[in-house]
Design a binder for this molecule. Structure first.
Ligand code: MG
Ligand code: ZN
Length: 369
């Protein structure tokens, strides 16, 4: 009280103002969305406790975490198509549906909105690029198996960078079209596993860029497939140069799901470990750049995986309760400007809304093919 009185009378120096703090921007320029297909909390835990000492994952560096409800419009247990339509396009739909709402009307994806606003866009996967998760960011078809129809959506100008398998659906088509050639003719830099390795590919940011990793499905990591890290690094630096307005990139660790469907713990662990390296690379980019929001999540859990006491010393054994997906909530991790919005428990459609708000994306109509 006495201090306050003296202060008011001007007899004491006023306390120093806090030193200016650089305000943290809430609107990033770029978003990197990393999807571990089938990667529930137990899959992540399996990578923390693979045997011996607990491992520290790159996922532990994220300041914000959330939990995501994954049910689809018609099922409590989603598939990858409905889940990717939810976080890619913001609408709950029926299992098996790509980029359409439950009334079968097209819904615009965050990637399409980003593109319409001048951002560069990319999809990087280690499945075929026409598989459900990447497809829902660009295609609008009623059935996830319509690979050739999905491929046609990629052969437009909505995308700047494509890395994944499934070259067949562009070249060897029932309609006789050669979309690979068509893309090349319209200015795309086309290459693939047949002619050049990704390491030896230096895309020019003046043109869109595609590299195919396989004719159909890429091999597993146990067979020596491991391009996702290289692809992510290449895609981020390419997209950064491609548009000064920013970029939206989705990277999928596609085969965590495939391994868990097969109840193959060793395979799953190796895929998760690769995916965590990709997470590390995205974080490194975001830390350097300072204007990138990194989001890591899953479309659903696969396998009902649990970690139980091993009878071989102080170890855990992986057990699977099913060869299908489960309804368990999946974790979400966020880092960078706008990350705080991802704190809490919410529906997968909210991921779309939060990404739109972060990038301040306006409404546009979906691209029709
Ligand atoms: Mg997938
Ligand atoms: Zn699956």
């Amino acid at each position: 009280m006495k201090y306050l009185l003296l202060l008011l009378l001007g007899l004491l120096p006023a306390p120093k103002a806090a030193s200016p703090v650089t305000p943290v921007p809430t609107h990033p320029k770029n978003i990197i969305l990393l999807i571990g297909d089938g990667m529930g909390l137990t899959q992540i835990s399996a990578a923390v406790y693979p045997g011996g000492e607990p491992r520290k994952l790159n996922l532990q560096a994220f300041p914000v975490t959330g939990l995501v409800k994954t049910h689809s419009y018609n099922k409590l247990i989603t598939d990858s198509a409905a889940a990717a339509t939810a976080f890619g396009c913001g609408c709950k739909t029926k299992n098996g549906v790509i980029g359409l709402n439950h009334k079968m009307q097209p819904c615009t994806s965050v990637l399409e909105l980003a593109k319409a606003q001048g951002l560069a866009t990319g999809l990087v996967v280690n499945s075929h690029i026409t598989d459900a998760t990447p497809a829902a960011f660009l295609a609008h078809v009623p059935e996830r198996g319509m690979m050739e129809d999905i491929a046609a959506y990629f052969a437009t100008n909505s995308l700047d960078c494509l890395i994944g398998g499934g070259q067949k659906y562009f070249e060897q088509r029932a309609d006789g079209q050669n979309l690979y050639q068509k893309m090349e003719d319209s200015g795309w830099q086309m290459s693939g596993y047949k002619t050049t390795s990704l390491q030896n590919t230096t895309p020019n940011p003046a043109h869109p860029f595609a590299w195919f990793s396989a004719w159909e499905k890429p091999g597993t990591i146990l067979d020596g497939r491991e391009y996702l890290l290289e692809a992510t690094t290449k895609a981020t630096s390419f997209l950064q140069k491609r548009s000064e307005k920013g970029f939206f990139l989705m990277v999928e660790g596609s085969q965590i799901d495939w391994a868990c469907h097969q109840k193959n713990a060793e395979w799953a662990l190796r895929e998760i470990q690769e995916f965590d390296q990709v997470v590390g690379a995205a974080l490194e980019f975001a830390r350097r750049d300072g204007n990138t929001l990194v989001i890591v999540t899953a479309d659903h859990e696969t396998g009902g995986m649990s970690l139980v006491q091993s009878n071989k010393g102080d170890k855990v054994d992986v057990e699977f309760n099913t060869g299908s997906h489960t309804a368990t909530l999946v974790p979400l991790y966020a880092f960078g400007p706008g990350a705080e919005a991802f704190n809490g428990v919410y529906d997968n459609t909210k991921i779309y809304q939060k990404m739109r708000e972060a990038l301040q994306l306006q409404d546009v109509q979906p691209v029709k093919n």
